[in-house]
Design a protein around this ligand. Structure first.
Ligand code: ATP
Length: 435
């Protein structure tokens, strides 16, 4: 089993590098642990995932607004949020091989998974996951700041700014996509757990008493989003946090989990945070962060339902879900809406005006879609290259095109081919790429 997991992940890592999805960061210097760079295909996919999230959260609704808050925030934010005191993981070391683990992720009654020695673990120590740095030229404690470990706090501290500027009434949400940093004890599984990552978070502010209804609503909405993303439904499930798993801020929490080659793991958290966040910021900032309800004529601290998802982890999920080995090919069966390249255009041969015509088609699509022109090698090889990149459609200009203006469209997943009029390519793509 363990060998198979390794094999699948190794194949994915090597395809990601070979085709330009993901590279090890600073590779020419030997790499840096758990940091990755997105290549030409990876960045397109990441952009698509973020756009689809933004579309479903902001564009398709009238009760959510977006923001982009700063990564560095006032240090008091992290005292109020509970991160200075409580954002820790229990860390243990193996006294023999010096390997480091998260106590909640291994069975300490068993031998060390690295060196195999028994009873070699230290006592657990609490390790704060926030990255510290210094603001300004003098490294003294007065100027200590943190790289944010989550984007959510930028939303809470802007609750009233957004409410006033966008003239919002409860219930309404604020969405944000941005980098977060956690000094994870055991990063790993490729981009599943890294120390720098991007989150897509939405905080929905509601009246106290309406939180449970909205919590159920957001659980359902978020699960639906994954099927829009094209993920296999049998690979997705909810996991409810038991009393021992609940974070300090949470009234109740569900994870959405995906079955990776290395097991069921969280890809998103949906949390009912009660009034914890705004109450704490009210207390620590001394500002009255209550909401005035002009119908009920009362002031109160809104409750928050949060949906929090990692963009990189979603991308990994999409890669894992799409990776398919067939007899003669490896094919990435991405939903067309997240595929990095939407279409490839080929001249069947490099003569008779076919390349020129193919380039005209490409020129017409460029600007609207990421498309790819390829005239090198046999048509079969060109299809295979696009299969590995996950390109859903290939259009081929052939002899028939010269006679009747039709092209072959070849579907990636079924390899089925049909002919459509050259003038219909754009509308074909528009229909097929609807999210
Ligand atoms: P864990 O218990 O696995 O450390 P968490 O419960 O602390 O994770 P949350 O704080 O709920 O995670 O973060 C929300 C989402 O952000 C996660 O579901 C995940 O998609 C993403 N995320 C969190 N930490 C990382 C990380 N180190 N690398 C990549 N993505 C992450």
């Amino acid at each position: 089993m363990a060998k198979n997991i390794e094999k699948t992940m190794d194949k994915l890592v090597s395809l990601s590098k070979r085709r330009g999805f993901i590279f090890q960061s600073s590779e020419i210097y030997g790499g840096i642990n758990s940091c990755y760079d997105y290549g030409p295909l990876g960045i397109e996919m990441k952009k698509n995932i973020k756009e689809l999230w933004w579309k479903s959260m902001v564009y398709e609704r009238d009760d959510i607004e977006g923001i982009d808050a700063s990564i560095l925030m006032h240090p008091k934010v992290w005292e109020a949020s509970g991160h200075v005191e409580g954002f820790t993981d229990p860390m243990i070391d193996c006294k023999v091989c010096k390997s480091r683990f998260r106590e909640d992720q291994i069975d300490t009654s068993k031998p060390c998974p690295v060196c195999g020695n028994r009873d070699s673990f230290t006592e657990a120590r609490h390790f704060n996951l926030m990255f510290k740095t210094f603001m300004g030229p003098v490294e003294d404690s007065a100027s200590v700041v943190f790289l944010r470990p989550e984007t959510a706090q930028g939303i809470y501290v802007n609750f009233h700014n957004v409410r006033e500027a966008a003239r919002k009434k409860l219930p309404f949400g604020i969405a944000q996509i941005g980098k977060a940093f956690r000094n994870e004890i055991t990063p790993g599984n490729f981009i599943f757990r890294t120390r720098e990552f991007e989150q897509m978070e939405m905080q929905f502010f509601v009246r106290p008493g309406e939180d449970e209804k909205w919590f159920e609503y957001w659980k359902e909405q978020r699960m639906k989003w994954y099927s829009r993303l094209g993920l296999r439904s049998e690979k997705l499930r909810f996991h409810e946090h038991g009393p021992n798993e609940l974070a300090h801020y949470a009234k109740s929490a569900f994870d959405i989990e995906y079955e990776f080659p290395f097991g069921w793991q969280e890809i998103e958290g949906v949390h009912n945070r009660g009034d914890f966040d705004l109450s704490r910021h009210k207390e620590y900032s001394g500002k009255d962060l209550r909401y005035f309800d002009d119908q009920a004529k009362e002031r109160f601290i809104p409750y928050v339902v949060e949906t929090s998802i990692g963009c990189d982890r979603t991308l990994l999920t999409c890669l894992v879900d799409a990776y398919t080995e067939e007899e003669e090919r490896v094919v990435m069966k991405f939903a067309p809406s997240i595929a990095p390249i939407k279409a490839a255009v080929f001249p069947l041969v490099k003569r008779d005006g076919m390349p020129e015509l193919a380039k005209e088609v490409i020129a017409d699509l460029r600007g609207d879609y990421r498309v790819f022109y390829d005239e090198a090698g046999s048509i079969g090889k060109r299809y295979r290259r696009q299969d590995e990149a996950g390109t859903p459609f290939c259009f081929t200009i052939d002899t028939e095109t010269l006679g009747n203006n039709t092209v072959t469209v070849r579907y990636r997943d079924t390899m089925e081919q049909k002919r459509i009029d050259i003038s219909k390519i754009k509308s074909f793509l528009r229909d097929e790429l609807k999210f």
